[in-house]
Structure formats: structure tokens, C-alpha cells
Design a protein around this ligand. Structure first.
Ligand code: LIP
Length: 284
């Protein structure tokens, strides 16, 4: 029987893993930058979503970097999984978050990479899903050349400079970002939330990238992000970075695989926002 991999990576090893993830994000980001203004091969399209061949190519670039450095880790990605399903460590990857923006040539999209540790002792085949704890996160916007990073136990950084959430507590002064997901059901259920907030806050923003919404809150550019029907790979890295910047990353599983609703804030707004919104969806 294979010996289990040594448990928690030490701080120095986590920093080494962060460097590998940063390099992977930069390499995929270069591919995004090169292709922003060219015609892109569409693999699938629906009314509110587009899947590009570049999504697959960027995930392949990231997988090659990560698997070369950490062959024993698995990868859970928007474009597919690889490695042993219940490995002690898994990388959670969205190669292009904000794909529809990117498909239309809008330079608001990013690479999102998180490393998670299987913190529960639920082993393969036993009842219940294993629990994972995020140990590091990387979100890279190749168009603004902004690299957000965080490692457990250390403060969050943007281009190596410390960041922290805003201290705005009056809703009327806040910028709130909403995600409208991909399905008619999610859109219909999110619209009343828009109407419930739009007159109470400074501005509502709907920008199309959950990962950038989360790191914008972490950086104090926005004060909260809400969405129902978003996937783990959209939020794992950005949510962790937000927590390391002093924010609150409230997220709850929805029916379906790796499917969540999120109220992410600067740490002071959730109770007031919960009085205004209902985050539900039946589609994943
Ligand atoms: C996107 C999310 C966004 C959501 C979109 C889409 P993708 O991820 O970042 O928050 O509203 O429907 O899921 O598909 O661009 O990686």
C-alpha cells in the first residue's frame, strides 16, 4: 500500500508551491494576452455562456506546470480533472475566469489557481465527501498585469504589496458586485436582489468574473460580491485571498457538484446584505 503523502506542507514548501502557481498563471496569462483581439475557436455556446478552445489550452499549460512540480497532487479544473481523485492535495483551477468577457475582447478576465489540503479523514469509498482547506491562492489579471497572492498564515498581496479590505460600513457608500451566473433560473432569482440593493448602495457592478470580484473586495476597490450558482474553481483562490486580506468569504454549497452561493464582504456588511437578498438557484 502506497505510503500517504506527508501531511501539511511546511511554510517554506507552501511558498515554493506558490511560486510554481504564479509561474503557471503568468504563462497562461501570456496566452490570454496574445489572443485577446483575435478570433477565438468556440467549443460550446449557450444563451449566457461560452466555452473556448483557449480555456482548454490554458488549463493544459497550467496542468503541465503543476504536475511537473507536484505529480502526486490532483487537479480539479473547469476544463476537467486529473490525478488521483482523493489525493491529499488538489489544485483548483479556472484557466480563464471571465470567459465571455475574454471571448468578446473585453480585457476583464483572469487565471485563478488555489491549492487545497484534504483536511478531513474521510477516505475514498467511505460515506461523505472529504473536506478541503485552501492553503494558497493566486489570481492573475494578465491585462492589468495584476498578480494577487496569499498563503495560509500570511497576509494577502497584490504585486507583492500588502492589501486589505475597505472599512466602509454605510451601505450608501459601498460598491457591490453581483454575479448573474449562466442559467435563466439564476438570472431570474438574482434580478430581485439587484432591485433590492440598487437604491441603497453607491453602485452595483456586474463585471463577469467572480475571481476578480473577490480580489477587488480584498483590495478595497469594492465592498462585497454576491452570487448564487458559481463553481468552486471560480471562487476558491479569490475567496482565500479575501480572507487573508481581512474580509469574510461566506459561501454555502448548493445542490450539484462544486456549486455555491456566495456573500463575500469586507467583513462588516453581511448581516445587512442578508436582510436585502435571497440567493437561490435550482440550476447548476
Ligand atoms: C464565470 C464566473 C462569473 C459567473 C459567470 C461564469 P467563467 O466563470 O466568474 O461569476 O457569473 O456565469 O461562471 O465561466 O468565466 O470561468
Amino acid at each position: 500500500m502506497k505510503r500517504p503523502i506527508t501531511a501539511i506542507l511546511k511554510s517554506e514548501q507552501l511558498n515554493q508551491a506558490l511560486a510554481v502557481a504564479v509561474k503557471a498563471a503568468q504563462t497562461a496569462g501570456q496566452m490570454m494576452r496574445r489572443n485577446l483581439r483575435v478570433a477565438k475557436k468556440v467549443n460550446a455556446a449557450s444563451q449566457h455562456d461560452i466555452k473556448l478552445d483557449l480555456d482548454v489550452q490554458c488549463q493544459q499549460i497550467i496542468e503541465k506546470c503543476l504536475r511537473k512540480a507536484f505529480p502526486q497532487h490532483s487537479i480539479l479544473g473547469e476544463e476537467g480533472d486529473c490525478g488521483e481523485a482523493h489525493s491529499l492535495y488538489r489544485w483548483v483551477v479556472d484557466p480563464i475566469d471571465g470567459t465571455v468577457n475574454f471571448a468578446y475582447g473585453i480585457p476583464h478576465a483572469c487565471v485563478s489557481i488555489a491549492l487545497q489540503y484534504r483536511s478531513s479523514n474521510v477516505l475514498p469509498g467511505l460515506a461523505g465527501a472529504p473536506q478541503y482547506q485552501t492553503e494558497l491562492g493566486v489570481v492573475y489579471d494578465p491585462f492589468c498585469e495584476e498578480m494577487w497572492t496569499a498563503v495560509r498564515g500570511q497576509p494577502a498581496r497584490l504585486n507583492d504589496r500588502l492589501i486589505q479590505v475597505s472599512n466602509r460600513q454605510q451601505l450608501k457608500e459601498t460598491i457591490i458586485s453581483l454575479g448573474f451566473a449562466k442559467h435563466q433560473d439564476s438570472l431570474e432569482k438574482m434580478l430581485p436582489n439587484f432591485q433590492a440593493m440598487v437604491h441603497r448602495v453607491r453602485k452595483i457592478r456586474i463585471m463577469g468574473s467572480a475571481a476578480l470580484d473577490l480580489v477587488y473586495v480584498a483590495t478595497g476597490r469594492m465592498d462585497a460580491y454576491l452570487e448564487a450558482g458559481v463553481r468552486l474553481w471560480d471562487i476558491a483562490a479569490g475567496g482565500f485571498i479575501l480572507e487573508c486580506a481581512g474580509g469574510e468569504f461566506w459561501h454555502q454549497p448548493l445542490p450539484g457538484e462544486h456549486f455555491y452561493r456566495v456573500i463575500a464582504t469586507n467583513g462588516t456588511l453581511r448581516s445587512r446584505l442578508e436582510k436585502l437578498v435571497v440567493l437561490t438557484t435550482t440550476k447548476n
